[in-house]
Design a protein around this ligand. Structure first.
Ligand SMILES: Cc1cc2nc3c(=O)[nH]c(=O)nc-3n(C[C@H](O)[C@H](O)[C@H](O)COP(=O)(O)OP(=O)(O)OC[C@H]3O[C@@H](n4cnc5c(N)ncnc54)[C@H](O)[C@@H]3O)c2cc1C
Length: 273
């Protein structure tokens, strides 16, 4: 995903203590995929190793599509370039973005949806619920650093929503236990969508796939951020070209990412992350 599409910031609004909503105008060459967790790369000149493709962008969800553009909601945590951009960006600023990409692909409406995420997943979960139909059933757990960032999440669907304090760089994540509890309470194969800190997401994937035997079709688990980005960068920079190529080769386009993860997980462990 290359960030080559020019966009202009048209509005910036603090929606809660930990979130800034940024509206961007784009020309007709950019169009939404219409999927609740669609996201773009925003070029911020930041260091990253995601998928080994060397891009220097940060990922943000399209929280809403508006006339002439779209909105994103930036969690203003930590000390990275993304959070810094979210707290300093002004109307009139320009930025390069990518085409959108999306992960959320649940099966038929009769399959119960389990959504779990931290603050970075709140924009996606809010949009998934807002766009869901009255026939869908959701169990949702969102962990925040502070309840001041909780908000109403309107939906036509049947939604059981739990807000918890945890994760988000302020404490241990409650999401692995919550995911296990929701899986225990589900009497048929669900669709499990998770977005949170990378190590936490890998623990949940291992529990769901290895311990519970859920097939890859029932999962979409995404690491949205790294608790220690500097360590990840240092490990990445210490890898040989051969190791980097082996990692990049895992991410095949002819398989789903959940299938790719079956090979990625042992490789990452071997690299020490
Ligand atoms: C598909 C996708 C969609 C996403 N959508 C959103 C979105 O809509 N809104 C949003 O805010 N984020 C979203 N994220 C997460 C966002 O891309 C990351 O949080 C990103 O790492 C932030 O970049 P940064 O430059 O601020 O921090 P980085 O340079 O990545 O990290 C620097 C340090 O900041 C701290 N840090 C980074 N992220 C967090 C965090 N989330 N909580 C606490 N501390 C942190 C860590 O200590 C880290 O070492 C999404 C990620 C993905 C993959």
């Amino acid at each position: 995903m290359e960030s080559t599409i020019p966009a202009t910031v048209t509005d910036v609004e603090r929606v809660s203590p930990g979130f800034v909503r940024v509206a961007l105008a784009v020309d007709d060459s950019w169009s939404s995929l219409g999927v609740g967790d669609e996201f773009i790369h925003v070029e911020l000149g930041a260091a990253t190793v995601d998928a080994g493709d060397g891009h220097t962008a940060r990922h943000y969800t399209i929280s809403g599509v508006i006339p002439g553009g779209f909105e994103m909601e930036i969690a203003t945590h930590g000390h990275g370039p993304g959070a810094a951009w979210g707290t300093s960006v002004l109307p009139g600023d320009g930025v390069l973005i990518s085409e959108p990409k999306a992960y959320y692909a649940p099966p038929g409406a009769e399959v119960p949806r389990l959504l779990l995420g931290d603050a970075t997943a709140l924009p996606a979960i809010a949009r998934i619920l807002a766009e869901a139909s009255a026939e869908e059933w959701f169990s949702v757990v969102i962990e925040l650093g502070t309840m001041a960032d909780a908000r109403a999440l309107p939906s036509a669907a049947h939604v059981e929503l739990e807000w918890r304090i945890g994760g988000n760089g302020v404490g241990p994540s409650v999401l692995p236990d919550a995911a296990a509890r929701l899986l225990d309470a589900t009497d048929r194969e669900p669709y499990l969508w998770v977005a949170c800190e990378s190590v936490v997401s890998r623990r949940i994937r291992s529990m769901a796939r290895v311990d519970r035997g859920l097939p890859t079709r029932a999962l979409r688990i995404v690491g949205y951020w790294h608790a220690d980005q500097e360590k990840i960068m240092s490990v990445w920079n210490s890898l040989t070209d051969d190791q980097k190529e082996r990692y990049a080769a895992v991410w095949r386009e002819d398989r789903t990412d959940e299938e790719n993860w079956i090979e990625a997980e042992p490789l990452l462990r071997a690299f020490g992350v």
